[in-house]
Design a protein around this ligand. Structure first.
Ligand SMILES: NC(=O)C1=CN([C@@H]2O[C@H](COP(=O)(O)OP(=O)(O)OC[C@H]3O[C@@H](n4cnc5c(N)ncnc54)[C@H](O)[C@@H]3O)[C@@H](O)[C@H]2O)C=CC1
Ligand SMILES: O=C(O)C(=O)Cc1ccc(O)cc1
Length: 369
């Protein structure tokens, strides 16, 4: 059903912008009003037709809105929730958020709102290390999980209404308890982020005393620590909100590292093999193409000869087909793939179309495993 009415988007960045585009695609008669402390982001979003109007008066717009979406860093979202609770809002308004942690937001909402104002927590489980409305895409959440955390008293009609507003995301909605949400996302997203940042900082310490480190940290090391390039402001807020779960995970990890240390000290070849084999077996059993907590890029490897113009031939061919490449890299030596040119795409559909186009032109291509 096409929804009509006014949507107030607070925080017009990567995620807010992508949600707004998905809403616009499906609900042509809705009006999306954006508010952002960074006025340039708001103006850019208006110019890109992500929002219809950019407002400087969030209070007045909140009172007119049918749907309010909080899409700023989570501690700012918490503050906005408090401000919203002091305003005269519409009777049937739904307030939701897109923040990466849920327990504290749900607690605050229950404390602030009673009566007809409904807060339903939301977390679209896709994104990237990029920020700002310039990177927003209507298809960002396609086939991704979109976790919804209603309170125990939220009427089903309101949950259905929210899903209807968000239908254009083409995401898979799942209802979760906020505490479970924070544990699961802590394990698969927040904690890996801390590890990625700590790995990068560890390498940086060695780079200070050895010139070869920077050079060798390029390529693969950079790839496996991509998430460490995400917004520090966003991650600061996430780890502060999910602190209890993350402290437990850190304790578990430190115990695991102690076990690894013991393994190395003892040097038992069979036990060391088993350690790596166990990790490989579990990792290999995970779905390759499904969308999980951390965004995977869709990589295509292309065998290319070392001749002038070959890269421009490939990029021109894909540009003609309107297939956008999100990253391109020449791999000089990797034994587990055959191709040497790695092209990354944002969607599986783009990857498959690129594969067909390139193969029709005689290129040999391989999909990474
Ligand atoms: N980046 C990602 O991959 C994902 C992020 N999230 C969550 O989405 C939320 C937004 O993150 P992104 O869009 O990635 O960041 P972003 O940096 O692209 O956008 C955040 C926007 O919020 C604005 N903002 C900051 N404080 C504000 C305030 N008090 N009032 C109004 N606007 C304010 C910023 O100026 C910026 O435009 C965060 O809570 C994050 O945890 C959820 C899923 C994925
Ligand atoms: O792929 C990445 O960079 C991410 O880790 C994306 C991401 C960041 C925060 C979330 O709450 C959910 C997904």
């Amino acid at each position: 059903m096409s929804e009509k009415g006014r949507v107030l988007l607070i925080g017009v960045g990567l995620i807010g912008g992508s949600v707004a585009l998905a809403i616009k695609k499906e609900h042509k008669e809705a009006t999306i009003i954006g508010f952002d402390v960074n006025h340039d982001n708001c103006m850019l979003a208006q110019k890109l037709n992500i929002i219809d109007v950019c407002t400087g008066n969030f209070q007045e717009e909140a009172s007119l809105a049918d749907l309010i979406i909080l899409a700023c860093p989570v501690e700012k979202a918490e503050q906005c929730l408090e401000v919203l609770s002091t305003l005269p809002l519409k009777e049937d308004v739904i307030i939701t958020d897109v923040c990466s942690t849920k327990s504290k937001m749900m607690e605050k909402a229950e404390q602030y709102f009673t009566g007809n104002v409904t807060f339903i927590g939301g977390h679209p489980m896709a994104g990237s290390h990029k920020v700002g409305p310039g990177s927003a895409r209507a298809h960002l959440f396609e086939n991704a999980y979109y976790i919804i955390t209603p309170s125990s008293t939220t009427p089903q009609t309101k949950i259905n209404k929210l899903k209807s507003w968000l239908i254009g995301t083409n995401a898979n909605f799942i209802i979760m308890d906020p505490d479970e949400h924070d544990l699961v996302t802590g394990v698969v997203s927040h904690f890996p982020h801390i590890i990625a940042a700590s790995l990068v900082r560890h390498v940086q310490q060695h780079a200070a005393s050895n010139d070869h480190v920077n050079f060798l940290a390029a390529g693969g090391f950079r790839d496996i620590t991509r998430i460490a390039s995400s917004s520090p402001e966003m991650w600061r807020d996430i780890v502060r909100h999910n602190q209890p779960k993350l402290l437990t995970l850190l304790d578990e990890w430190m115990a695991e590292m102690q076990d690894v240390r013991n393994l190395l000290m003892e040097g038992d070849s069979e036990l060391i093999f088993d350690y790596f084999h166990g990790a490989k077996k579990y990792r290999d059993s995970l779905p390759v193409r499904a969308k999980g907590a951390i965004t995977s890029f869709y990589d295509l490897f292309v065998d290319v000869e070392d001749t002038p113009g070959v890269i421009s031939d490939i990029t021109t061919l894909l540009a003609k087909e309107h297939i956008s490449i999100t990253n391109i890299r020449i791999i000089e030596a990797r034994e587990d793939v055959y191709g040497v040119l790695r092209l990354s795409f944002q969607t599986e559909q783009d990857l498959n179309r690129a594969k067909v186009s390139l193969e029709n032109k005689g290129y040999e291509t391989y999909i990474s495993m």
